[in-house]
Design a protein. Structure first.
Length: 170
C-alpha cells in the first residue's frame, strides 16, 4: 500500500484479518503470503510425530510439544506409544550377578543368574568363582578336613597331620 491507503492509487484494503499472512499490494492487486510457523488452531501445528508430543497454537505461533513419555520410559514412534524399552541396553540394571536383561516387545525381561549352580557370583569382580566364603567350600565330609576359601578357590585342610607330616604330604 502506498502512503495514501491505496494500492497503486486504487482505494483498496489488503488486510485479510488473518494473522498468518503477510498482506501486500502487488501490481495493483492484493497478495497474501502465508507466514511460516503461524497458526490459527492447534491442528495447524501438528507435525504427525508422536514422540515430540502434541504441538499447540499460542498467539498465532506454533509451540513445540514435549515427549509424552515418563522419564523411565522410551518413546516408540512406530507404535505411537511409550514402552519400557526399545533395546536391551535400556534394561541393563548394572548388576552382573543377576544376568543380562533383554528387551522383548517393549518390555524388559529378567535374566537367569549369571553363574552356574556350582559357582558363586562375585559382583565386585563381575565374575563367577568357586567361593567367596568358607561355607561354600564345605563338602560335608568330616574325615577329609575342613575346606577353606582362599583367593576365591576352595582348598582342603587335612585333619590330624602335624606340620611335619603336612610338609611330607605336599
Amino acid at each position: 500500500m502506498d502512503i495514501e491507503g491505496t494500492c497503486q492509487n486504487v482505494p483498496i484494503d489488503c488486510d485479510d484479518m488473518d494473522p498468518c499472512t503477510l498482506d501486500a499490494c502487488v501490481a495493483g492487486a492484493c497478495a497474501y503470503e502465508h507466514t511460516s510457523g503461524c497458526c490459527s488452531a492447534d491442528a495447524d501445528c501438528n507435525d504427525e510425530l508422536y514422540c515430540n508430543g502434541p504441538e499447540s497454537c499460542v498467539d498465532s505461533q506454533c509451540e513445540t510439544g514435549s515427549n509424552p513419555c515418563a522419564a523411565d520410559e522410551q518413546c516408540d514412534e512406530g507404535a505411537d506409544e511409550c514402552v519400557e524399552c526399545l533395546a536391551s541396553a535400556h534394561c541393563d540394571d548394572g548388576q552382573y550377578c543377576n544376568g543380562r536383561e533383554t528387551c522383548l516387545d517393549g518390555q524388559c525381561q529378567a535374566a537367569a543368574n549369571a553363574c552356574p549352580a556350582d559357582k558363586e557370583c562375585d559382583e565386585a569382580a563381575d565374575e563367577c568363582v568357586a567361593c567367596l566364603t568358607n561355607e561354600r567350600c564345605d563338602d560335608g565330609v568330616y574325615c577329609n578336613g575342613m575346606e577353606t576359601c582362599v583367593n576365591r578357590a576352595c582348598l582342603p585342610v587335612l585333619r590330624g597331620l602335624s606340620a611335619r607330616n603336612k610338609a611330607r604330604s605336599a
